[in-house]
Design a protein around this ligand. Structure first.
Ligand code: SF4
Length: 372
């Protein structure tokens, strides 16, 4: 059984460094992302070992609900099948009462977090964002994880204030944490093609660092599998690693595998048909190895599917994300997104011989870990 995996010497050297706790360079990470054959399995084994050292056998998940409060958006990101113009027949914007109703339902179903994001609707104003947060906080005891850095920029522009003031204002109203979405690929050459109207890398970085500084922790994400190459993925991961070195404000990294079916750019044959399975494996494993200052790597069951997200638990991931209850972005992009229960998540975790633990947004454990 010895030497069952045939590893090339240069990959072995990089993995040895990582396993001994030495930070790997961008070039090394690029070699890992370009690896093939048995080397991919070796990278997975190393990522799994590093995960084990860092967080042990616990795999976490959260009971939460997604609320996408409007699909009206002035931007036209070319991978986005969710956005609508204000006068489209299926354009919608939820009222504060509807958002509140959904939050109360989620709370009754055991959710500890509500995740709120939407398009950039020119008919709304900054007060709407503040009202969402304050009305939920005044009626429901639940953690509010809301508004991407792009939405923060949009709200601050509508309000005529700077992003720091907007972040402080929303925090004061009850915003707890933020999703680190709108990151896509943090390389402006790629952004210019897939989302030219979105905030650029410098703005994304500035808003996230400011959020961390004023006490709003965020997640970090990466949308991969469209037009980017491993070089761009590494640039992205380096931006995240540098921010984390400075602020320690990221709670987790969530790789988001691109859903191509209904994406406008795919329909013009301008993107790949999403990532391949091997690419998914490598992105998760290399993220675990390269992002040595991140504790948590999430496998998104909604993007990867239940079966493949379970496999990621052996390729460096230690979290399966949330129950979500509803998800409109991936649904619009063409994915079947039937919901998942807490019991199903726990079964997926137990079947890889790990211990399921329900967590809150900040990764505090909400259920006792069973004794051996
Ligand atoms: S990704 Fe977000 S900002 Fe871009 S078009 Fe879609 S809803 Fe608008």
């Amino acid at each position: 059984m010895k030497n069952l995996v045939d590893i090339s010497p240069e990959i072995q050297e990089i993995l040895d460094d990582a396993l001994e706790g030495r930070r790997i360079s961008e070039n090394d990470a690029l070699r890992l992302l370009k690896a093939r054959g048995d080397d991919v399995l070796a990278i997975g084994l190393a990522a799994n070992k590093i995960r084990e050292k860092k967080v042990g056998d616990i795999v976490t998940y959260i009971v939460n609900r997604n609320i996408n409060f409007t699909n009206v958006c002035i931007n036209r990101c070319r991978f986005c099948a969710y956005r609508r113009d204000v006068d489209d027949a299926d354009a919608y914007t939820l009222s504060i009462d509807e958002i509140l109703e959904k939050t109360k339902e989620a709370k009754e179903m055991g959710a500890t977090e509500i995740c709120i994001q939407g398009g950039l609707n020119p008919k709304l104003d900054a007060e709407f964002y503040a009202d969402i947060v304050s009305s939920i906080k005044s009626e429901v005891d639940i953690s509010i994880h809301a508004f991407s850095p792009m939405e923060i920029k949009f709200a601050s522009e509508m309000n005529g204030c700077d992003v720091e003031d907007m972040l402080k204002y929303l925090k004061e109203k009850g915003l707890d944490t933020m999703p680190g979405t709108a990151a896509e690929i943090l390389d402006d050459d790629i952004r210019d093609t897939i989302c030219p109207e979105k905030i650029n890398t410098a703005w994304w970085t500035k808003i996230v660092k400011t959020a961390h500084r004023v006490g709003i922790l965020t997640t970090a994400t990466m949308l991969y599998g469209h037009i980017e190459r491993p070089e761009n993925q590494i640039k992205h991961l380096k931006v995240l690693r540098d921010i984390q070195d400075e602020t320690r404000g990221f709670t987790e990294f969530v790789p988001l595998s691109y859903v191509h079916f209904n994406a406008p750019l795919f329909q013009k044959n301008k993107t790949r048909e999403g990532a391949t399975g091997i690419e998914d494996l490598k992105v998760h494993a290399v993220a675990r190895i390269f992002l040595d200052n991140f504790k948590n790597i999430q496998a998104s069951w909604i993007k990867l599917g239940r079966k493949f997200s379970q496999v990621m638990l052996n390729f460096g991931a230690n979290d399966l994300g949330g129950t979500l209850m509803e998800e409109n972005i991936s649904l619009s992009a063409g994915l079947r997104t039937e919901m998942i229960t807490k019991n199903e998540l726990e079964r997926m975790i137990e079947e890889v011989s790990r211990t399921p633990v329900q967590r809150d947004t900040l990764y505090r454990k909400l259920a006792a870990v069973p004794m051996e």
